[in-house]
Write a protein that binds this ligand. Structure first.
Ligand code: FUL
Length: 486
C-alpha cells in the first residue's frame, strides 16, 4: 500500500468509528399522528359528564324548550360534592351540559332570558358554569363544556341570526371560565320545538347550517388546548353508540371530511377508518343510569361497579376514553348510590392493576432497533421511552419468562402513539410444558393503539409471549403490563 493511501485510510477511521457509535434514529412517524394535546387527552382515560338543567326538574330527556325556568330550584346544589365524587372515582375531568337541546342556560348568558338568572335558585344570581369550573380548579380536575347546537327554545333557530347567538354563547363560555379541555358538539340537531312560541318542526342542513369549520376555528383561537368532540372530530370522535363501548378493532383515524353530525353510517365510528388520514380517537360515552338526566324512578337502576368495570375494559381497554355521565338530582347533588358505585368501580380498577408482574423485567424480543429503543423500555415507567423494531420489521415476538409458575389473567399493551398507530394483529400465548397455547379471551386481538387491555382465563405458567403478526410499519410499543386480578 502506498504511503498516501495508508494516510487517507487512517484519516477516515475516526469518521467510521463515530458512524458506528452514532445514535440509532427513532422510527419515522407513521401518519396520521396525534398532536400533543390529543396524546395528553387520551392519557386522561376516564372523565365525567354532567347532565343537569330544567329537564332534571321536569322529568324530561329532551325538553321541548318551554319548561318554566321557575321550576329550576336545586336547594342543595354543591359543585364541590360533584367534583370530590369524580376525584374519588379516579376521573381526570368533567364536561358540563352548559346548554342542552331545550336551550336553557346554566350560566346567566346575556343574550337570553332562558337561563339560571330567571330561576329561584340563589335569587337568580347563581351560575353553575362558574361554580363547577371553580371547583375543578380547586380539586385539580379539567373542565369541559357541552353546548348543544340545537336550541328548541330560540325563536330564530334555523336562521343565520341563531348562528350569531350560538357563536356568542361559545365565545362567552370559552373566554370567562378558565382553561377548557374539551368542547362537545352534540350530533342531535333540528326537529320540533317551542322556538319562541312557534311550536313547529324546523329542519336544518346538518352539514352546513352551523358552518362547523368556522366554529372549530373559533374554539382553536380562544382555547388552543381544547379537544373538539363531534361525531367526526376533529379532536376526538363519538364512538357510534351511547353504551360506552369501543370496537375491539379500533383505529384512531377517520377519513377527513367524511363524518358529520347525523352521519348515517355511525356504526363505522366504533372501529374508525383503518385507511383514515385524520387522527381522531374514540370517546365512549354512557350514562351511569338509563337516562342522561335525573329521574327518581331510576334510583334503583344505577350501573353496578362490576358493570362499570366491564365498560372500562371495553372503552379504555379498547383504545378509547371513557366518558361516564352522572345525572345530578333535584337537590343539585350526585345521588349517593351513583357516587358509591363510581368509587367502588375505581377501587376495582386499581385492584385489577395493583401488581404488575413484569415491571422491570426485560423480555426477550425477536427484533430490536438498537440504541435507546430496547426491550427494557417496555416495562419501565417512562411513557416516552419505547421499544422499536428495525424499519423493515413489522412483526415480532416478545417473550416473558418467570422464575416460577405465575398466575395471570390481564394483559396491558400500549403503542407509542406520538409516532402513530401501527399494529393490525397480534396473538398471546402461554407455555405449558414444551407447548405454547393460546390464552382464552373474548377479545379479538387486532389493534392496540394508546392502550389495549385483555381479560383472559387465568393461567399459571412460566412463560408468556406476545406475537405481533401484522402492522402498518415498524413496531413502537412503550408499555406492557401483566396482572393477576383475583
Ligand atoms: C345525545 C343527546 O341527544 C342526549 O340527550 C345526550 O346529551 C347525549 C350525550 O347526546 O346526542
Amino acid at each position: 500500500m502506498k504511503k498516501t493511501t495508508l494516510i487517507s485510510v487512517l484519516s477516515t477511521l475516526p469518521f467510521i468509528l463515530s458512524c458506528t457509535e452514532k445514535q440509532v434514529e427513532a422510527p419515522a412517524a407513521l401518519y396520521p399522528i396525534p398532536v400533543e394535546k390529543q396524546v395528553e387527552w387520551q392519557k386522561m382515560e376516564t372523565y365525567a359528564f354532567i347532565h343537569f338543567g330544567l329537564n332534571t326538574f321536569n322529568d324530561r330527556e329532551w325538553g321541548y324548550g318551554d319548561s318554566d325556568p321557575k321550576t329550576f330550584n336545586p336547594g342543595k346544589l354543591d359543585c364541590e360534592q360533584w367534583v370530590k365524587t369524580f376525584v374519588r372515582a379516579g376521573m381526570k375531568g368533567v364536561i358540563l351540559t352548559a346548554k342542552h337541546h331545550d336551550g336553557f342556560c346554566l350560566w346567566p348568558f346575556e343574550g337570553t332570558e332562558y337561563s339560571v338568572k330567571n330561576t329561584p335558585w340563589k335569587g337568580g344570581k347563581g351560575n353553575v358554569v362558574k361554580e363547577l369550573s371553580d371547583a375543578c380548579r380547586k380539586y385539580g380536575l379539567k373542565f369541559g363544556v357541552y353546548l348543544s347546537p340545537w336550541d328548541r327554545n330560540h325563536a330564530a333557530y334555523g336562521t343565520p341570526e341563531y348562528i350569531k347567538y350560538y357563536r356568542a354563547q361559545l365565545c362567552d363560555l370559552l373566554t370567562n371560565y378558565g382553561d377548557i379541555f374539551e368542547v362537545w358538539f352534540d350530533g342531535a340537531n333540528g326537529g320540533d320545538g317551542w322556538y319562541g312560541g312557534a311550536k313547529e318542526t324546523r329542519t336544518i342542513d346538518r352539514e352546513n347550517y352551523y358552518n362547523y369549520p368556522s366554529l372549530y376555528a373559533l374554539v382553536d383561537s380562544l382555547q388552543p388546548g381544547a379537544i373538539i368532540f363531534s361525531d367526526g372530530g376533529p379532536g376526538c370522535r363519538w364512538v357510534g353508540n351511547e353504551r360506552g363501548i369501543g370496537g375491539m378493532t379500533n383505529w384512531s383515524f377517520l377519513r377527513k371530511g367524511e363524518v358529520y353530525a347525523g352521519y348515517p353510517r355511525a356504526y363505522e365510528l366504533e372501529s374508525g377508518h383503518a385507511d383514515g388520514d385524520q387522527w381522531t380517537a374514540a370517546e365512549c360515552d354512557v350514562s351511569i343510569r338509563p337516562g342522561w338526566f335525573y329521574h327518581p324512578e331510576e334510583d334503583g337502576m344505577v350501573k353496578t361497579p362490576e358493570q362499570l368495570l366491564d365498560l372500562y375494559y371495553k372503552s379504555v381497554g379498547r383504545n378509547g376514553t371513557f366518558l361516564l355521565n352522572f345525572p345530578v338530582d333535584r337537590d343539585g347533588l350526585i345521588h349517593p348510590v351513583d357516587s358509591a358505585n363510581a368509587a367502588k368501580f375505581h377501587d376495582m380498577v386499581c385492584n385489577d392493576f395493583k401488581t404488575d408482574l413484569v415491571s422491570g423485567i426485560v423480555p426477550k424480543v425477536s427484533n430490536e432497533r438498537g440504541g435507546a429503543f430496547t426491550a427494557s423500555a417496555l416495562t419501565d415507567d417512562d411513557y416516552d421511552t419505547y421499544w422499536a423494531t428495525q424499519d423493515s420489521v413489522i412483526s415480532a415476538e416478545i417473550e416473558f419468562n418467570f422464575s416460577e409458575p405465575t398466575q395471570m389473567n390481564r394483559l396491558m399493551l400500549q403503542e407509542y402513539i406520538p409516532l402513530g398507530q401501527r399494529v393490525k394483529a397480534f396473538s398471546v400465548e402461554y407455555k405449558q410444558g414444551e407447548e405454547w397455547l393460546p390464552i382464552k379471551t373474548e377479545e379479538q386481538t387486532t389493534t392496540i393503539g394508546y392502550k389495549r387491555l385483555l381479560r383472559f382465563d387465568t393461567v399459571k405458567t412460566d412463560a408468556l409471549r406476545i406475537r405481533i403478526t401484522d402492522a402498518r410499519g415498524p413496531l413502537c410499543l412503550n408499555r406492557i403490563g401483566l396482572f393477576f386480578a383475583e
